[in-house]
Structure formats: C-alpha cells, structure tokens
Design a protein around this ligand. Structure first.
Ligand code: NAP
Length: 117
C-alpha cells in the first residue's frame, strides 16, 4: 500500500459511524490536518523522497516546519523537494544526502558531547 493509499484509508476510517468507532479498537479520527503549527522547528526526515517519508516531509512543510529531507539518491530528493514546493510554494525545505552539512553536524554532536563528559 502506498503512503497516499494509507492516508486515504485512514481518512475513510474516520468516517465510520460513532457507535462503531467507540471502544478499544476504534479507528483514529486523526488526520494530517490535526498537526499543530510547526513554525520555528527544523525537522530532519530520512527517506524523504518517497512513501511515508515524502508524505511526512510534505505535511510538516505544510504546517510551517523547516524540513531537511535526507535521501540516498540526491536526484530523487531534488525531484521530491520540487514536488512539495510546487504544492506548497511557501514551504521551507532543504535536501541532502548523508554528507549534507546539517547531518554532518548532527552526527558530530554525540562524539563531541562524549568527549566532554
Ligand atoms: N507504506 C505503508 O503502508 C507501510 C505500512 C507499514 C510499514 N511500512 C514500513 O515503513 C517503511 C517505509 O515505507 P514506505 O512505503 O514509505 O517505503 P518506500 O516508499 O519504499 O520509501 C522508503 C524510503 O527509504 C529509502 N530507503 C530504502 N532502503 C534504504 C536503505 N537501505 N538505506 C537508506 N534509505 C533507504 C528509500 O530510498 P530510495 O528511493 O533511494 O530507494 C525511500 O526514500 C518501510 O520499512 C515499510 O516496510 C510501510
């Protein structure tokens, strides 16, 4: 099942009548529209060029986050970033592989903190 189909199925479940939706196995009524404002946050999404990673990046950008899309194939990553920007021109995105400066910084942090402790 693609991520789009998964989201669609989740949204269909949210239309289940209330009586059937109560109880421990009740489907969630949560949708991506429930994501709170993410302005001021920088969020790294791995595998962001397709599937769940792509949908996650798209929705976080839609809700104001600065999204760092990490991918193993930078051509695919740039194409995915362009798709999100076409849909959300005000989205804040950057794309990079494992050598992207922000990831290099994140990877270095635990090493740096373990040296100081
Ligand atoms: N989609 C669903 O309905 C669903 C449901 C439950 C669980 N899951 C699980 O959630 C995960 C993601 O699913 P998805 O549908 O989003 O998959 P997907 O569309 O295949 O996306 C996978 C992402 O991970 C990257 N990737 C794959 N193998 C990698 C590797 N060895 N090293 C680095 N990056 C790698 C892919 O990069 P490339 O494009 O370069 O290959 C792509 O960006 C999978 O483990 C899947 O089993 C999915």
């Amino acid at each position: 099942m693609s991520a789009t189909q998964l989201l669609s199925a989740t949204q269909n479940l949210s239309a289940v009548p209330r009586a059937a939706a109560d109880g421990p196995l009740a489907p969630s009524r949560w949708t991506a529209a429930d994501i709170p404002d993410q302005a001021g946050r920088t969020i790294i999404v791995t595998g962001a060029n397709s599937g769940l990673g792509f949908q996650t990046a798209l929705e976080l950008a839609r809700h104001g986050a600065h999204v760092v899309m990490t991918v193993r194939d930078e051509d695919k990553g740039r194409a995915a970033k362009a798709r999100i920007e076409a849909e959300h021109p005000r989205g804040s995105l950057e794309c990079g592989g494992s050598t992207s400066p922000i990831l290099t910084t994140c990877t270095a942090l635990p090493r740096r903190s373990s040296k100081t402790s």
